[in-house]
Structures are given as structure tokens and as C-alpha cells.
Design a protein around this ligand. Structure first.
Ligand SMILES: [Zn+2]
Length: 161
């Protein structure tokens, strides 16, 4: 990739790092929450008295994926919007699904492996960011199904493993 312009390329998904696929943010302002227990300082302070439930947390996708173009293999970071194309649900839904089915993230990796996408990638604007970011993903296979659809079929709708 040259310069700072986003690049669009055809790629094959090689692997998803399923060990860490999401992070927690404040459900109101979407600031990242530093750890599992914490509530958003900003919103909790503002909303505490009037509406204590307004400052809760939610999960957003953030995962590393390995992709191969025709010339290169690289690892890129995929945030919520692009990751939803892969998973077909919110990070919270997927997280709840993995609680019922501990191997769902591993299975999602297996399901999506080898799928081809048109990906738009951009270099990190923040100098500290290590990875090229996926701006958008567009599945190329006409029968593409997001992981959650295949997982629900795999595990059954009723949740028995
Ligand atoms: Zn907040």
C-alpha cells in the first residue's frame, strides 16, 4: 500500500484471531471502558441521579484478521462495522452466543476461512496504531452467509450444543 489513501483489493480471509474479538464501551458515548468492572466516568457522572441505567456498557467488535491478496499476506484490524459483515450480528449477540457455545468463535473462524472479499484498507491515522485497518468488507461469493447464520444452523436454534 502506498501513501495514506485507502486501498481496495480482492482478498481471501485466512484466519480470524478468535481469542480476542471485542471490547467494551459505554453504551451512551461509546468511549472505551478500561476494564470489565468499570462504568463510564463521563456518563455515570452526568446521568447517575436522573437515570442510573443510562450508563451501561456494550461490546463492539475489534478483531485481527489475516488476509491474502494476490501478492501478499497480512494481518489487519477489523472494527465493528466491518466485523458485522463477517459475523452478521452485534458483538454483544456474538458474545452471548459464545457463552452458550464456547467453541463458536473457533467455529466462526473455520466457517469464514477461505471466503473472498473486496476489502478497503486504510493506514492507521494514529501513529501508535500498529495495524492497517479494514474500512469495509464486501463478500464476493453470492451465497455468502455471515458466521452467525451458519453457527445457528450448526448448533441448532434451540441452543443445545
Ligand atoms: Zn459514556
Amino acid at each position: 500500500m502506498e501513501g495514506d489513501k485507502p486501498t481496495t483489493l480482492m482478498c481471501t480471509l485466512l484466519a480470524i484471531d478468535h481469542t480476542s474479538f471485542c471490547y467494551r464501551v459505554c453504551s451512551v458515548c461509546e468511549r472505551t471502558l478500561p476494564d470489565i468492572q468499570s462504568l463510564c466516568k463521563f456518563c455515570n457522572f452526568n446521568f447517575n441521579n436522573s437515570n442510573p441505567s443510562s450508563s451501561s456498557s456494550k461490546r463492539l467488535f475489534r478483531l485481527l484478521i489475516s488476509i491474502a491478496s494476490d501478492t501478499n499476506v497480512f494481518t489487519v484490524i477489523c472494527f465493528d462495522r466491518a466485523a458485522k459483515v463477517l459475523f452478521g450480528c452485534s458483538a454483544d449477540e456474538f458474545f452471548d452466543f459464545t457463552k452458550l457455545h464456547p467453541f463458536a468463535a473457533v467455529s466462526a473462524n473455520r466457517i469464514l476461512e477461505g471466503e473472498m472479499f473486496r476489502a478497503t484498507l486504510s493506514k492507521p491515522k494514529n501513529g501508535n496504531a500498529q495495524h492497517v485497518r479494514v474500512v469495509s468488507l464486501f463478500p464476493l461469493r453470492s451465497g455468502f452467509q455471515p458466521a452467525i447464520e451458519s453457527l445457528k444452523k450448526l448448533y441448532g436454534q434451540r441452543g443445545d450444543c
